[in-house]
Design a protein around this ligand. Structure first.
Ligand SMILES: Cc1cc2nc3c(=O)[nH]c(=O)nc-3n(C[C@H](O)[C@H](O)[C@H](O)COP(=O)(O)O)c2cc1C
Length: 265
């Protein structure tokens, strides 16, 4: 999927990266977590310090839309919860904030959306018009932003709305977009050779962002490569869901196992 060539990011060993993961799924099943941790491992290899914050463990109320943070309350939200108490602080400490979300209905999930809406106190109400982007800039020193997302359907076009949304939000502060489709196949054993290539490329992306401030086109192509022909993936997914529905079993640990896929790949 698309990537941004950006300069102006602080690069190198002293970079402090804070990742915010909005998946509700526990770490051993979440594909957002799988991809995010590969990215962070690459970043650490390049010398960065990394921390992961799981938004599901925090209380984040919805924005009230009162604009108190821009008026009398001077950059403070009127609500008392973990967003005001802790998360905004973590965000502002970062040189690079990684926003990691599963794709839900072609966009970030609601938890990530709530998190982002509650960053309004950090934004400047005085609008600056720069090029085609008309939006409030961050008031204080802002972190650069990298996006990580995964989606179950095959092919990159699924991320178009998310990508557009983030570009409009962050403009040139958005330095990398790491999107991985066919996410539930990342644990399918028969596809593991391809999966390894993909995950190695994700780690390389983390390395490149720290060292060069951008991800190379070669790395992006490796991340979004197909794990198998489209018809194969659709057939595998349909057989998986058909079997689950017959068994009427809720496992809470969805991941297409790829049983019988050998005949295709
Ligand atoms: C409510 C909901 C909406 C989803 N919408 C999409 C979608 O629009 N496109 C897609 O490809 N996958 C969609 N998915 C699948 C998830 O993106 C996929 O399962 C992903 O691996 C979830 O990330 P996680 O494992 O980190 O939780 C959706 C899943 C849920 C639960």
């Amino acid at each position: 999927m698309a990537y941004r060539l950006q300069l102006g990011i602080k690069t190198g060993a002293s970079m402090n990266i804070v990742a915010f993961n909005s998946s509700p799924r526990e770490n051993k099943t979440s594909k957002t977590e799988l991809v995010l941790q590969k990215f962070l491992a690459g970043a650490r290899q390049a010398g960065a310090a990394t921390e992961t914050i799981y938004l599901r463990q925090y209380r984040i109320k919805h924005c009230l839309g009162c604009f108190s943070c821009w008026l009398g309350n001077k950059g403070q939200c009127v609500q008392q919860d973990d967003m005001t108490g802790e998360l905004l602080g973590h965000l502002m400490e970062a040189d690079l904030a990684v926003l990691a979300t599963p794709l839900y209905h072609f966009n970030m999930n609601a938890r990530m959306k709530s998190f982002i809406e509650r960053t309004l106190p950090l934004m400047n109400p005085i609008t600056a018009h720069s090029g085609r982007r008309l939006s409030p800039p961050w008031a204080a020193k802002a972190p650069k932003i990298a996006a990580v997302s995964v989606c179950a359907f095959p092919e990159d076009y699924n991320f178009q709305a998310l990508s557009m949304n983030l570009r409009m939000l962050y403009g040139t502060d958005l330095v990398a977009e790491i999107y991985r489709h066919s996410s539930e196949f990342l644990t399918a054993l028969p596809l593991q050779l391809r999966v390894e290539e993909v995950l190695d490329a994700v780690a390389r992306a983390g390395y490149e962002v720290v060292r060069q401030g951008q991800v190379s086109p070669e790395t992006m192509n490796a991340i979004s490569q197909n794990l198998a022909p489209l018809e194969t993936l659709i057939d595998m997914a349909n057989r998986f869901w058909g079997k689950e529905m017959e068994e009427e079993e809720v496992t809470g640990a969805v991941g297409v196992d790829g049983e019988g896929v050998d005949k295709y790949v």
